[in-house]
Design a protein around this ligand. Structure first.
Ligand code: HEC
Ligand code: HEC
Length: 313
């Protein structure tokens, strides 16, 4: 018991502080050190044969050169109708506790075939159709060499593994990481002021850890109800009343580059998003100066793309 309390305190402190991002999101079951697998995943990420009319790849909605999202309030899939929710970035996504705004998939492996088989996104009818399309596009030998120990080297499972291995490399370090590791001059004096403000007013209650979010779920409109409550969020996954309008706390990495904001894509600028957060999550009417300071600080989460993200095949 004597040892438990200090440990709990350390854990509690770690829960609401920002932490530096170290390394990528590789796991033993899907290692990013397998470069052939990662390269295959990168090719598949850009492969339009994965959509029913060959018109879209993952990169159509998640272009890496614009920080893993397309800048639209709602992306458009193969049917031509806007999707229900804003497209989040794939950068750093693999490091989150769960995937999608409502967390309905636990990891990038289980997420990867979702958009391919979704009628409104890429519209493939089933896994057999995915395999047929990739065989026609000449992938058979490549899968055989990347997955030599699989009984069926080209399958829905291995497509998902390769896509996810690639996504697990998409970690973006930024000036904030150097700062959190003790290099005070990695941030300008004004950005340091913004950091203090961000922490003091309680943004870190939710946006904490190495991704400044992505670690758990919270109600949008915790203090003041969100204007549009049509999306029930996590309630759709759990059926628990307390989960109505609860969403995954998004990572703030590269947030200065990923407008528009929120699951509904309702806020066009970062300043608007910050002001909304102050009011709806903390019941604070942030001054224009505070908003500008926080916006300047949030740019310290902007980092260069990893080498694996180089475009094309
Ligand atoms: C037509 C646009 C579109 C295409 C194509 C698309 N996505 Fe997405 N993606 C979205 C939208 C919209 C969401 C959010 C949906 C939600 O949360 O309900 C999303 C969510 C995700 C997430 C979860 C990120 C997070 O922070 O929760 C990942 C990972 C992802 N997509 C990867 C992929 C991969 C891999 C492909 C290709 C196999 C792909 N996407 C194709 C629109 C698209
Ligand atoms: C009580 C938890 C909580 C607090 C406190 C909080 N946020 Fe958030 N934040 C969230 C959730 C949940 C979302 C996603 C909501 C959605 O779109 O459904 C979010 C979304 C955001 C977004 C949009 C990200 C994107 O990619 O769309 C920004 C920017 C943001 N928060 C910044 C801040 C700032 C700055 C503060 C402090 C003023 C703050 N947040 C305080 C929970 C919180």
């Amino acid at each position: 018991m004597r040892h438990l309390l200090p440990m709990l305190l350390v854990f509690a402190a770690a829960c609401d502080t920002l932490q530096p991002l170290r390394g990528d999101f590789g796991v033993l079951a899907n290692p990013t050190t397998d470069t052939a697998r990662v390269e295959l995943g990168r090719a598949l990420f850009h492969e339009k044969a994965l959509s029913v009319n060959q018109s879209l790849s993952c990169a159509s909605c998640h272009p890496l050169e614009t920080y893993g999202q397309d800048g639209k309030a709602r992306s458009v899939g193969v049917t031509g109708t806007p999707l229900r929710r804003n497209t989040p970035s794939v950068l750093n996504a693999a490091g989150q506790v769960a995937q999608f705004w409502d967390g309905r998939k636990p990891d990038v492996e289980s997420q990867a075939l979702g958009p391919v088989l979704n009628a409104e996104e890429m519209g493939m009818p089933d896994e057999a159709a995915i395999v047929t399309a990739l065989e026609a596009a000449g992938y058979r030998a490549r899968f055989a060499s990347v997955f030599p120990r699989e009984q069926v080297p080209l399958s829905g499972r291995t497509v998902a593994l390769a896509l996810a291995a690639f996504e697990r490399t998409l970690a973006t370090r930024a000036p904030i990481d150097d700062f959190l590791e003790g290099r005070a001059d990695a941030l300008t004096p004004r950005q340091r002021q913004g950091f203090d403000r961000f922490t003091a007013i309680g943004c870190t209650n939710c946006h904490s850890g190495p991704l400044a979010g992505g670690g758990r779920f919270e109600r949008l409109g915790d203090e003041v109800p969100w204007p549009d409550e049509s999306d029930l969020g996590r309630f759709e996954v759990t059926g628990v009343a307390a989960d109505r309008h609860v969403f995954k706390i998004p990572s703030l990495r590269n947030v200065a580059k990923t407008a528009p904001y929120f699951h509904d894509g309702s806020q066009a600028t970062l300043a608007d998003a910050v002001r909304k957060m102050g009011w709806h999550q903390l019941r604070l009417e942030l001054s224009d100066d505070d908003v500008a300071l926080l916006v300047d600080f949030l740019d310290t989460f902007t980092g260069p793309l990893p080498q694996t993200a180089g475009s094309g095949q």
